[in-house]
Design a protein around this ligand. Structure first.
Ligand SMILES: *Cc1c(COP(=O)(O)O)cnc(C)c1O
Length: 378
């Protein structure tokens, strides 16, 4: 039976194997494991790709978010506004730093944080907003930056899922996701759009002062060796991962194109179905389809997943439980029903396999299996 995984990193590797293997072996043979030339080279290549002044590589995307918040000198009890519909990391670091996560609902079409809801959640204690560019398209950064300016707030973009996506502002300025707020954060977890072969992450900023602080924090709060002026962490991108990323960065735009090809194929197959709502891309962004996520209507979602599984097709629910209903984050401020869009999405979304290695035959195999279950139309 055909097997269709959520991502196909094996076939992707086969295409770049000689180059990747040589780059990894070079690091083994010169033992430049930590902070070697590959890391510096990747930092500079990514700065150029994103058109940003500073990239600070770090150990993973969660660290990137934590270090970003540490650099802003937020105090316990300060409020940080983020979305209720995201991966836990975003809220986790807010909680770890003893800041107060303030959750707001998302837009029902784009699944991204709703700027109107942000504005309503602002209090005198609010210090920062963390929009997440969920599933591969940008949150409404014009609106978010305007709110931030008006209320003097920092904006940290969680760009773990949308690296390479473009955001077009009302004045026509096109910028890469993650380079619009004060700080951008990303993850190079293997399945992300720009993934390494282990853990990795990076922080971006155009602000020289912030960049300096971020570099000190990722390195034990150390500016001069063994002199520690602030409390930091140990968060490094290792050279082997940087070497892999140097190669994969060159393919990032072509990878996005392959993901869009798969998404367009799915869209065409499902657009007539009244049981499936295909992804909606906001006018101010393109979409790099980290996930291809359908909203189901009147479908037994578990039965659909089981049906796909019986044909060797993976599927996943991102995310089955909204942040405010996660056990570790139960908070008297929030109740079931507080974020109706998020709660509805968590019950109704399904993500299909999407990656850089699809051919039409495999895409047809997936769409046939889905349509066989939900019916061709109406
Ligand atoms: C993957 C992800 C992270 C965390 O990245 P890690 O490298 O796994 O720590 C944070 N936020 C979002 C939205 C993510 O998808």
């Amino acid at each position: 039976m055909k097997q269709i995984p959520m991502v196909d990193l094996v076939s992707q590797y086969q295409k770049i194997k000689p180059e990747v293997d040589a780059a990894i072996f070079e690091i083994l043979s010169n033992a430049s494991f930590i902070n070697g030339p590959a890391v510096k080279q990747f930092q500079q290549s990514l700065e150029k790709y994103l058109n940003i002044k500073h990239v600070i590589p770090c150990a993973n995307g969660t660290d990137a978010l934590q270090v970003a918040m540490m650099a802003l000198d937020l105090k316990p009890g300060d409020e940080v506004i983020t979305t209720s519909f995201t991966f836990i990391a975003t809220a986790e670091v807010i909680a770890l730093l003893k800041l107060t996560p303030v959750l707001v609902d998302v837009d029902k079409d784009t699944f991204n944080i709703d700027p109107e809801a942000i504005e309503k959640a602002i209090t005198p204690k609010t210090k920062a907003i963390v929009p997440v560019h969920l599933f591969g398209q940008c949150a409404d950064m014009d609106a978010i930056m305007e709110i931030a300016k008006k209320h003097n707030l920092y904006v940290i973009e969680d760009n773990a899922q949308a690296i390479g996506a473009d955001h077009t502002s009302a004045d026509g300025t096109i910028r890469k996701a993650g380079t619009i707020g004060h700080i951008g954060c990303t993850s190079f977890f293997p399945s992300k759009n720009l993934g390494c072969y282990g853990d990795g992450g990076a922080i971006f900023t155009n602000d020289d002062e912030l960049a300096k602080r971020l570099r000190v924090i990722v390195n034990h709060g150390m500016e001069v060796r063994y002199y520690h002026d602030s409390v930091g962490v140990n968060s490094r991108l290792d050279s082997i991962q940087a070497a892999v990323l140097n190669i994969k960065l060159k393919h990032l735009d072509e990878y996005a194109k392959a993901r869009r090809f798969a998404a367009n194929y799915y869209n065409r197959a499902f657009e007539k179905s009244d049981k499936l709502k295909t992804p909606v891309t906001a006018s101010f962004t393109n979409h790099v389809f980290h996930q291809y996520t359908l909203v189901t209507r009147n479908v037994d979602r578990q039965a659909l997943m089981d049906h796909l599984q019986s044909k060797g097709i993976a599927s996943a629910i991102y995310y089955p439980v909204p942040l405010h209903l996660q056990k570790a984050y139960i908070d008297p401020r929030y109740n079931q029903g507080d974020f109706p869009v998020t709660e509805d999405l968590s019950q109704s979304v399904i993500s299909l396999p999407i990656h850089t290695e699809f051919d039409e035959e495999s895409l047809k195999y997936v769409t046939d299996a889905v349509l066989e279950f939900v019916g061709k139309n109406s």
